[in-house]
Structures are given as C-alpha cells and as structure tokens.
Design a protein around this ligand. Structure first.
Ligand code: NAD
Ligand code: ZN
Length: 354
C-alpha cells in the first residue's frame, strides 16, 4: 500500500491509502523527488470542472526517480532521475499521428495524471509510454526547476505558440500567475516588442518585468479593451495570450485585437457555459481574428527542449518559486496555498528528496 493526497469528491481532499500502481510492459513506476500543486488541481477539486472524481490522487507536476520499468522500456532503468510532463500522451494513438498527442484517446485524454488516473502526489506514481514520456533529469537542473518544466513552462510557452508571436508584435498577456509569466517570457523570446501584462499582485508584476513585460494594467481598473485601446492609441494589439480570468475575458480581448490578430488561450475555463464573441469587435464576422485554445503538448522531446533553455541560462524559473516546503507531508499545505492565493504567492513547490 502507499499514501497519497487525493480528491475524495468534489470540494473534498485528504490523505488516503491506496494500492501501489502496477507497471505494464511500456510503463514506469516513479517515486517523486519534488512536486508542485497547480491551479488546475484547484479547478478540478473545488469547481468540479472535470466532473466528480473519487479518491483520485492529485498532482501532475513533479520529477522523480524510477523504481521499476516494464520489459519493453529501452531508455530508462531503476535509479534514473527523471522529468515528466503533466501531459503523457499515448504516442501510438491516431491523435498523436495527426499532431495532437495531448488529445490521444479523446479530448484532453493525454492529460492522465489527476484526471483519468492517480497523479504525482503519491509515494509512487505510474507513467505510461515511459520511453516517450520520461526524460533524464540533467545534472544542472534542480528538482524544483524540473517541476516547473512539467506544466508552467510548457503551458506558458504554448500560449505564445498558439498566439503565433512574431518579431515586433505588441502582445497582451491576460493573467500573470505562473502560467502567464511563462507566456510573457516566451513572447519576449519570440521577439515581441511591447508586452502589456494584465495583473494586480506586486509579486507577479515584479516577476513579469523581469521576464520582459513593458506595460501593466489591472482588470480592476475598468474594462480591459478600453484600457488596451487607450494605451495603443486606439490601434489594439497584434496578439493576446489568455492565462487567467474566466469566460468573460474573451469579449474585451477580441475587442482589443487588431484585424488579423490572434488569441492563444491556455486558461482552463473551470466554469460558465459559453464564450461571447462580440459581433462588431469580431469585424462583423470578417475581421480575421482567430482564437486558438490548447492543452499543453507533453512528451519527452518537448520537455528536453524546454529543459535546455534552463540548462543554457536562457530561462530562469526560480522567480516563480515563492514558497518552498521540504517533506512529502507538506503537499496539503502547498495545495491550499494554491487555492487561497495569498498576495505574495506565485507558485509553491514541495521538495521530498534531492
Ligand atoms: P493563477 O490563478 O495563479 O493565475 C491567474 C491569474 O489571473 C491570477 O493572478 C489572477 O489574479 C488573474 N486574473 C483573475 N481574473 C482575471 C481577469 N479577469 N483578468 C485578468 N487576470 C485575471 O493560475 P496559473 O497557475 O497561472 O494558471 C493559469 C490558468 O492556466 C489556470 O486556469 C490553469 O488551470 C490553466 N492551466 C492550463 C494548462 C493547459 O495545458 N492549457 C496547464 C496548466 C494550467
Ligand atoms: Zn498544472
């Protein structure tokens, strides 16, 4: 048996005992070295956004050490220190062959940890398709940094990919929690000129400046579209990345886009039934304004690429890590921090072993 921190049912969490996961021929069983709770865990538990789940171990951000591999696994063995992304696709699926591995097996079904199976907040966790989903943890990447490579970096960077950031673009980033901050960093790396960040907490504003944001507005100071249009002399922005707020953010963001503008959404919309598209703001149907929303791509190649940004000093994720805990038993406290979002929090991380 093993211990894990679980969603007991919608709105309820607690420690449970469960059978250790079983290793199939292509799988690995991993013991976590560090884990981090995510806003998505909060949407899942307290908004019931994925539907009810019973006694499901939470968590999808972590790194660890391999304890067992299946007979078909070639590149990993017990004792290897590994990174793993939050999204672990089935690489032989039709969806993966079509280029959408994150949806392997159905909509969002590449997201297995803390969705369709137990997550990483257990004494052990299971990884499907180990050769395609694990990556060796480089010596010069810390366990805390590796946790940020599971989800915050790949998701934030996917926002910049979905928004198709080009040299010189003026970019609006809505929400500068850890995901939005990584979108600011990614937009900056892709050559954005002006980056207008929407956020209110000082700790996030300071971090966003460090990652390349040039202007700041608060959604508490009035409608976003009006503020953005004022800042841009009525022209609007080329691209927008949405990484915070709810379904209500799209209407002003569409209004704030130039014709031909693109929105990259990585926000997990935990509530609300519809997104309103403003008829006039959308160019009465002819404004060439695109909305792209996507779950982050997972897998080995992606995490290895993003890790190289850390290894070669191009990206520092440490400004995200405002709250650090030592010891497995602190997972509960860390998750509740993510739920309650004190003003000085960006991201908590729990180090279990170095
Ligand atoms: P977060 O809650 O820490 O940050 C979101 C920020 O948005 C907060 O700082 C909040 O103050 C701000 N905000 C709230 N309402 C706003 C509004 N109306 N306008 C502008 N900003 C507003 O969350 P996070 O950890 O940075 O994650 C961001 C989102 O990305 C979450 O919904 C999360 O579930 C989602 N997510 C998606 C993926 C994916 O693969 N697409 C992966 C991980 C997380
Ligand atoms: Zn996450």
């Amino acid at each position: 048996m093993m211990k894990g921190y679980a969603m007991l049912s919608t709105g309820k969490t607690g420690w449970i005992q469960k059978e250790k996961p079983v290793c199939g021929p292509k799988d690995a069983i991993v013991r976590p070295l560090a884990v981090s709770p995510c806003t998505s865990d909060v949407h899942t538990v307290w908004e019931g956004a994925l539907g009810d789940r019973h006694n499901m171990i939470l968590g999808h951000e972590g790194c660890g050490v391999v304890v067992e591999v299946g007979a078909a696994v070639k590149d990993f063995k017990p004792g290897d220190r590994i990174m793993v992304a939050a999204i672990t696709p089935d690489w032989d699926s039709i969806e993966a062959q079509e280029g959408y591995a994150m949806h392997s097996g159905g909509m969002l079904a590449g997201w297995k940890f803390s969705n369709f199976k137990d997550g990483v907040f257990g004494e052990y966790f299971h990884v499907n398709d180990a050769d395609g989903n694990l990556a060796h943890l480089p010596d010069n990447v810390t366990v805390e940094e590796a946790c940020m490579l599971s989800d915050m970096v790949p998701t934030g960077f996917h926002g910049a990919e979905l928004a198709d950031i080009q040299f010189g673009d003026t970019v609006l980033v809505v929400g500068i929690g850890p995901v939005g901050l990584m979108s600011v960093a990614a937009a900056n790396m892709r050559g954005a000129s002006r980056i207008i960040a929407v956020g209110t907490r000082q700790v996030c504003i300071d971090a966003a400046k460090g990652y390349g944001a040039t202007d700041f507005i608060s959604y508490k100071d009035g409608p976003l579209d009006e503020q953005v249009l004022k800042l841009t002399n009525g022209k609007g922005v080329d691209k927008a990345i949405v990484a915070g707020g709810g379904v209500e953010t799209f209407e002003p963001v569409i209004n704030a886009l130039k014709p031909g503008g693109k929105i990259g959404n990585v926000n997990y919309l935990g509530g609300g039934d519809y997104i309103n598209i403003p008829r006039v703001g959308w160019g009465v149907g002819m404004g060439h304004k695109q909305i792209n929303g996507g779950l982050m791509p997972g897998g080995r190649a992606r995490i290895e690429r993003l890790a190289r940004l850390i290894q070669y000093g191009k990206l520092d994720v440490n400004p995200l890590l405002t709250h650090k805990f030592e010891g497995f038993d602190h997972i509960e406290e860390a998750l509740f921090l993510m739920k309650d979002k004190p003003r000085d929090l960006i991201k908590p991380v729990v180090v279990i072993e170095r």
